[in-house]
Design a protein around this ligand. Structure first.
Ligand code: 26Q
Length: 822
C-alpha cells in the first residue's frame, strides 16, 4: 500500500516538475527573444533550454561553493593547455538527473530534443587524447566529490573545423563563442596581471638581494568559470579558463595623439594570446606565441592559487603542499614550477631552500608522449627575452641540480650534460618537470615502463621513488550512459544501475556471456546505432552503407605512428582480392575513418587524400557488389565520436608498438562492446590482459622488437616489399595510377618514405613489417564475425571487463598515489 502511494506521489512530483520546467522554458523564451515557443527558432529554443538548465546548475554551484569554503580540505589544481569538454547540455541534464523529464517536456511541446542538442557547438578546446583525458578527469573528480579546479585557456577559436575538398583537408576557423555560451561566468574582479619581457634589476635591501622586474609589458588575465557537475552528487567543481585582455582598454594618450591604430594594435597584441588553440598534436611547435600562452595561463593560475591560499590560511606557506597539489598535464604548464618559486621568493620573501621545498612537494607531472621529437624544448634566447626572471630561476634550479648529479657521479660530465635542464642553449621542459615535481607518471603500464627504463632512465635512477604509473580511463557517463542509451538501459536492466558510478559492477554483466536473449538484445541495439550512423553517412558523404556489414572504425588524430596508412593499404589488399576472385569469401565490410591532420603536417594530409582516393575507386566499382565500402567522416570531434563508437563492431588500435602512450579511444570502444584489432601498445596491453587473448585480435611487432630494430638498424622494408606480392601490389598502386590516374605523383612521397625514407629511416613505423600479420588478424576478425554466438559473447566479455578503464578508477589511483586529497 505504501509502495503504491509512494508511486503516486512520485508521479505527482514528476508532473509538478515537468510543469515547472515548462513554465520556466516558456518564460525564458519570452524574456530572451520576445517570442513564444511556437514562434521560436531551433537556435532560440536551444539557447533558452540551456539557460534554464544553466540556472539550475548555478544554484547547485552556489551551495557547493558555500559548503566548500567552510571546509579546509586539500584541493588539486589540474593545469592543462587543453580541455576537450564536448557538448555540455545533455551531459548536464544527465548529471542533474532531469534528462527524461526535459525530453518529455520537449515532446509535449512538439520539440525534437535530439535536433535541439545538435545546435550546441562542440567546444574544441583540445587536439585529441590529452585534452579529452583532462575532460574525463574533470567529470570523475566532480563525481567522486573531490575538490578540484581545472585551469586552462579560454581560446576564442577552438581546433579548426575540417572540410574535405576533393579529398584534401582544408581548415576552417571555429569561432565557437560566436553565439555566446550559457555555461560560463566571467569573473573580472578576479583578474590577474601577467608580465612579459623587460629586465631584472637586483637591488640590495637590508643585506639581501631583491629582484625587481622592470620594463615589462603586462597583460590582464580574466577568468571565466565553467561549472563541472558530478553525477549523482551535489558537488560542483569549476573549470577556470583565462582570457587575455589588454591592460588599458585603449591607450588614450596614443588615441589623443592621433595614433588610433597604434592603440588598437597594442590591444590586439595582448588579446592574441588567448585567440587560438595550436592545432599540433604530439608535435611541439617552437613558436613564441605558444610560450606566451603557456606562461599566460600558468602565471595567472598560480597567482590565483597563492592568493586564495593566503586568504584562507594566511602567509605561512609551510603547509602549502598539504593543502594544495598542482598537477601539470604534460610539460605544457611546466612554467608553473619556476612561477611558484618566483612568487615565494620575490613576493613572499622566502629563501631558496624554503621555496624549493614547498614547490617540489606541490607539483606532480604526467607525461603523455614517448616520441623524442615530441618532447618540448625552448630556445634559451626566446625564454630569456620573454621571461627574464623565470630564466634566472630556471638557471639556478639547473645549477643546483647539476651540482647534485656531480656529487653523486663525480667526474661524469656526460651524464650531467645529458640530464641538465639547460643544454645546447635549449630548456628541456620534461627535465624541469621531473626535477621540480614530487611525482612523475606515465599513462599506461607499458608507457610508464618505457619512461623508467628508456626515455628517463637516468632520472628514474636518480629519483627512484618519483616514478609511477596511472593508467588512463574514460568517463562512462558520457561514453556509455549518454552516448549509447540502448546499451546502457540493457546493462542496467540486467545488473542494476550501480555501474554508472561504480565501474567494477560491470563485471556482473559477464554472467550474461552465454545468454541468448541478452545477445539478441545487443544485436538489435547495435543495429539501431548502425542505422543512425548509416543515416549520418548518407547525409554527409552521400554514400549508402549496409548496416549488416561489419563497421570497422579508425578514429583518432592523423599521425604516421597511428598507422592509418597500414589500414588503407590493407583495404586495397581486400579490394584486389575481390577483383581477382569474385568468390573471395568475406563478410561485407564498411571501413570508417575520422581524423584531423595538423595543418602543417603534409605527410598526414597525403594519407587523408589517399584514403579518399581509395574510397572513391572502391565505392564506385560495381564489380565488388557493395562488399567493401570506405567512408571518411569529415571533422571528427567529440560529438561525432559519441555517434560513431556505439555503432562500431571493430575498433582499430594499430599504432606502432612502443609509440602510443596509452590511447583512450580503445577503452571507449571496448566499453561499447566493439572488439579490438590492435598491437601490443599503450593501454591495449592492459585491455588484452583484462579480456584475455581470445577476446581481442592482437597482431604485429612488440615494443621490445621495434625498439631492437631502432637500435640495431637491421630493418629492411625493401626486402619485405619484394618478398610479399600482395604487399608489393598495394604499395605500387598509389604511384602507378591505379588509385588516382590523374595524379599518381601525389603519393610518391608516401611511397618513398616507406621504401627509402625521406631523409631518415625507411618505414620508421613498420607498416610493411606488420602488414602480413595485420592481414591475418583481419582474416580472423572476418571468420569470427560469421559466428554471432561467439562474437557477441566476446562483446559481452569486453563490456564486462571494461570497469578498470573508467576515469573514476584513474582518479582514485591519482589520489592514492599522488594527491592524497582525503
Ligand atoms: C606542444 C607544444 C607546442 C604545440 C603543441 C604541443 C602539443 C599539443 C598536444 C603536444 C602534445 C599534444 C598532445 C598529446 C597527446 O594528446 N597525447 C596523448 O595523450 C593521451 C592521454 O594520455 C594518450 O592516450 C595518447 O596515447 C597520447 O598520444
Amino acid at each position: 500500500m505504501t509502495k503504491v502511494l509512494g508511486g503516486i506521489a512520485l508521479i505527482e512530483k514528476k508532473t509538478e516538475e515537468k510543469k515547472a520546467f515548462r513554465i520556466a522554458l516558456e518564460t525564458k523564451i519570452q524574456r530572451m527573444f520576445g517570442r513564444t515557443i511556437r514562434g521560436a527558432s531551433q537556435e532560440q529554443i536551444f539557447q533558452a533550454i540551456s539557460q534554464v538548465v544553466a540556472d539550475l546548475v548555478k544554484e547547485r554551484w552556489a551551495y557547493s561553493r558555500e559548503l566548500r569554503s567552510s571546509h579546509s580540505e586539500k584541493e588539486v589544481y589540474y593545469l592543462s593547455m587543453e580541455f576537450l569538454m564536448g557538448r555540455a547540455l545533455s551531459n548536464n541534464l544527465i548529471n542533474l538527473g532531469i534528462q527524461d523529464l526535459v525530453m518529455e517536456v520537449c515532446e509535449d511541446l512538439n520539440i525534437k530534443f535530439t535536433d535541439v542538442e545538435e545546435v550546441e557547438p562542440d567546444p574544441g578546446l583540445g587536439n585529441g587524447g590529452l585534452g579529452r583525458l583532462a575532460a574525463c578527469f574533470m567529470d570523475s573528480l566532480a563525481t567522486l566529490g573531490f575538490k578540484a579546479t581545472g585551469c586552462g585557456i579560454r581560446y576564442e577559436y577552438g581546433l579548426f573545423k575540417q572540410k574535405i575538398i576533393d579529398g584534401f583537408q582544408a581548415e576552417v576557423p571555429d569561432p565557437w563563442l560566436e553565439n555566446g555560451t550559457s555555461w560560463e561566468i566571467a569573473l573580472p574582479e578576479e583578474t590577474e596581471i601577467v608580465k612579459f619581457g623587460g629586465f631584472v634589476e637586483i637591488v640590495e635591501e637590508e643585506g639581501r638581494s631583491v629582484y625587481e622586474h622592470k620594463g615589462y609589458q603586462s597583460v590582464r588575465a580574466v577568468p571565466y568559470e565553467v561549472p563541472i557537475l558530478g553525477y549523482g552528487t551535489k558537488n560542483v567543481n569549476s573549470l577556470r579558463l583565462w582570457a587575455a585582455r589588454a591592460t588599458k582598454h585603449l591607450d588614450m594618450s596614443l588615441f589623443g595623439q592621433g595614433k588610433y591604430l597604434d592603440a588598437l594594435e597594442e590591444k590586439e597584441l595582448a588579446e592574441v594570446i588567448s585567440k587560438v588553440l595550436y592545432p599540433d598534436d604530439n608535435h611541439p611547435e617552437g613558436k613564441a606565441l605558444r610560450l606566451k600562452q603557456q606562461y599566460f595561463f600558468v602565471s595567472a593560475s598560480i597567482q590565483g592559487i597563492v592568493r586564495k591560499y593566503r586568504k584562507q590560511y594566511g602567509p605561512n606557506f609551510k603547509d602549502f603542499p598539504s593543502r594544495v597539489s598542482i598537477h601539470i598535464n604534460d610539460t605544457h604548464p611546466a612554467l608553473g614550477i619556476p612561477e611558484l618559486m618566483r612568487i615565494l621568493l620575490d613576493e613572499e620573501g622566502l629563501n631558496w631552500d624554503q621555496a624549493w621545498e614547498i614547490t617540489t612537494n606541490t607539483f606532480a607531472y604526467t607525461n603523455h608522449t614517448i616520441m623524442e621529437e615530441a618532447l618540448e624544448k625552448w630556445p634559451e634566447s626566446l625564454f630569456r627575452d620573454l621571461l627574464p626572471r623565470l630564466w634566472d630561476i630556471v638557471y639556478e634550479i639547473n645549477e643546483r641540480f647539476c651540482a647534485e648529479i656531480w656529487k653523486r657521479y663525480p667526474g661524469d660530465w656526460e651524464k650531467t650534460a645529458r640530464m641538465s635542464i639547460i643544454a645546447n642553449h635549449e630548456v628541456k621542459m620534461a627535465h624541469l618537470c621531473i626535477v621540480g615535481s614530487f611525482s612523475v607518471n606515465g599513462v599506461a603500464q607499458l608507457h610508464s615502463n618505457i619512461l623508467r627504463e628508456q626515455v628517463f632512465q637516468e632520472f628514474a635512477e636518480f629519483f627512484p621513488n618519483k616514478f609511477t604509473n596511472v593508467t588512463n580511463g574514460v568517463t562512462f557517463r558520457r561514453f556509455l550512459l549518454n552516448a549509447n542509451k540502448g546499451l546502457s538501459d540493457l546493462i542496467s536492466d540486467r545488473i542494476g544501475t550501480d555501474w554508472v558510478t561504480d565501474s567494477c559492477e560491470l563485471a556482473k554483466f559477464l554472467e550474461y556471456q552465454d545468454c541468448s536473449t541478452t545477445k539478441n538484445a545487443l544485436v538489435k541495439i547495435r543495429y539501431n546505432n548502425k542505422l543512425k550512423l548509416a543515416e549520418y553517412i548518407k547525409e554527409h558523404n552521400k554514400i549508402i552503407v549496409d548496416p549488416q556489414s561489419i563497421f570497422d572504425v579508425h578514429i583518432k588524430r592523423l599521425h604516421e605512428y597511428k598507422r592509418q596508412l597500414l589500414n588503407v593499404l590493407h583495404i586495397m589488399y581486400l579490394y584486389n582480392r575481390l577483383l581477382d576472385d569474385p568468390n573471395f569469401d568475406m563478410h561485407p565490410r564498411t571501413f570508417i575513418f575520422g581524423a584531423k591532420a595538423a595543418p602543417g603536417y603534409s605527410t598526414a594530409k597525403k594519407i587523408i587524400k589517399l584514403i579518399h582516393d581509395v574510397g572513391e575507386r572502391i565505392n564506385n566499382d560495381p564489380s565488388i557488389n557493395d562488399r567493401l565500402k570506405v567512408v571518411f567522416l569529415e571533422n571528427y570531434r567529440v560529438s561525432l565520436a559519441e555517434t560513431i563508437i556505439p555503432a562500431s563492431d571493430v575498433s582499430e588500435q594499430i599504432s606502432t608498438a612502443g609509440k602510443e602512450a596509452s590511447g583512450t579511444g580503445n577503452m571507449k570502444f571496448m566499453l561499447n562492446g566493439a572488439l579490438t584489432i590492435g598491437t601490443l601498445d599503450g593501454a591495449n596491453v592492459e585491455i588484452d590482459e583484462a579480456v584475455g587473448r581470445d577476446n581481442i585480435f592482437i597482431f604485429g611487432l612488440t615494443a621490445a622488437q621495434t625498439s631492437q630494430f631502432y637500435m640495431d638498424g637491421s630493418y629492411r622494408p625493401y626486402d619485405v616489399y619484394l618478398s610479399d606480392p600482395y604487399l608489393k601490389q598495394v604499395l605500387d598502386q598509389p604511384v602507378n595510377g591505379f588509385v588516382n590516374a590523374q595524379h599518381p605523383e601525389l603519393f610518391q612521397e608516401l611511397y618513398n618514405g616507406l621504401l627509402q625514407g625521406n631523409g631518415g629511416m625507411a618505414d620508421p613505423y613498420f607498416v610493411l613489417k606488420d602488414f602480413a600479420s595485420y592481414r591475418e588478424a583481419h582474416e580472423e576478425v572476418d571468420k569470427q564475425y560469421q559466428d554471432p554466438k561467439l562474437w557477441w559473447k566476446k562483446a559481452i566479455i569486453n563490456i564486462g571487463n571494461a570497469g578498470f578503464f573508467s576515469s573514476d578508477r584513474s582518479i582514485m589511483d591519482y589520489n592514492e598515489r599522488i594527491w592524497k586529497l582525503r
